[in-house]
Every structure is written in C-alpha cells, then in structure tokens.
Write a protein that binds this ligand. Structure first.
Ligand SMILES: [Ca+2]
Length: 221
C-alpha cells in the first residue's frame, strides 16, 4: 500500500515536470512570435518615420526655393510683419502649428540673452499663401514655383517637438527654416546624417535658408 503511494507521487512529479516543459515550449514559442511581431512593428514604425522626414526635407527645400525666388522676383519683398524680424524689437519665431490646436502665443524663449516670441495662425489660415498663412510672405503672385498652400509638418505638434519654424532678418533680407527629424539614420551621426552637415549651427536640427544662425537652438529641446 505504501509502495503504491510512492509510485503515485512519482507519477504526479513526472506529470508535473512534463507539463512545465510543455509550458516552457509554449512560452518560448509565444516569445518568438512576439519578437517577430515587435520587430515587424519596429520596421513599420521606422518606415513611417523615414517617410515623414523625407516630406519634411522636401517641404523645407520647396519653401526655401520659393522664398529665394520671391526675394529675387519681387520689387519690394517683405519677409514678414514690422517689428517681428529677429533684428527688430519683437524677435519672432513663426511656427506651423495652428493656435487652436496648441496655443503657445504667450510663450517666450530665451536664447543667448535675447527673448523670442511666437507667432501662430488658426487652422483655417495656416496653409494660406497670401501672407496670412504660418509663413507671413505673400506667395500669391509667384508664378514659379507656385505655392498654392503652405506645407506643414506631417505631425505638426509643438508639444511633440515636430513642427516647422521660420525666422527672418530685415536688414539682410535673410531667413531660416527648421524642422526636427525622427528617423534615427537621418539624425546626427546616423547612417544618412541630415542634421549636422547642413551648414547650420544646430547639429540636432534640419536647417535650411540663407542665414542658418538665426533660429534659437533651444527651440526643439
Ligand atoms: Ca543642422
């Protein structure tokens, strides 16, 4: 009777060990599936980051070209409203985020002992090409390149630090456009670094324009 009890106990232990092994195999199998799913999701997420960055770079290049041609082809060009150039009383940063989505118009930014103010327009105006858009330049009369509507960052969020920005200097008729990039390969020291070799003063940010030393370098921090 005692022998039977021991044998029953051994049987239970064997069953218990067998179940653990099966369970382990199932867990390993599930982990492998999850690793596969996450690595695919990571690839997809990277693909979208890259696509958004390509749009950012191409948007800013198009805007730079349009502003440069506007300056050359317009008899008395205006890069922005009175007092809002970086060399005027209220140095202003114009951003692509509409104020009715995220309002930072009362914010200020201190950079190198100088205070910068923010300019935003509404979501029904920000894309306008007639100086009422987020870039205060009248592109409406520009024949080539034709800018029918101003591009904005694909994410376009101040809080996420993904938006376009513009500043200008009146005395020299110069300007700068900035965008923050997401794709690791395009960032500083990445395989296709786009932010530290653009001749600007901010190695973390994609800068384009005719004076790349105007935008405060703490704007996207
Ligand atoms: Ca840069």
């Amino acid at each position: 009777m005692k022998k039977k009890t021991i044998s029953h106990k051994n049987k239970l232990e064997k069953e218990s060990k067998g179940f653990t092994l099966t369970e382990m195999l199932i867990v390993i199998f599930l982990i492998l599936i999850l690793v596969g799913i996450f690595s695919q999701a990571f690839k997809v997420s990277n693909y979208f980051k890259k696509a958004r960055d390509i749009k950012r770079i191409s948007d800013l290049k198009a805007l730079e070209m349009a502003i440069s041609i506007y300056l050359k082809s317009t008899s008395s060009p205006s890069l922005g409203p009175t007092n809002k150039a970086v060399d005027e009383a209220s140095s202003t940063i114009f951003i692509s985020v509409p104020f009715d989505l995220e309002d930072v118009r009362s914010n200020t930014l201190l950079w190198q002992s100088k205070t910068y103010y923010f300019s935003q327009v509404s979501s029904t105006e920000y894309f306008k090409n007639n100086s009422n858009g987020w870039i205060p330049i009248n592109f409406a009369s520009l024949i080539f390149p034709s800018i029918y509507s101003l591009p904005a960052d694909p994410t376009n969020s101040y809080n996420k630090k993904l938006f376009y920005s513009y500043v200008f200097k009146r005395s020299s008729s110069t300007f700068e456009l900035n965008a923050n990039l997401e794709f690791e390969d395009f960032k500083q020291n990445g395989k296709e670094d786009k932010t530290s070799n653009d001749e600007g003063d901010n190695t973390l940010i994609y800068e384009i324009g005719t004076d790349l030393y105007m935008m405060p370098n703490n704007l996207y921090l």
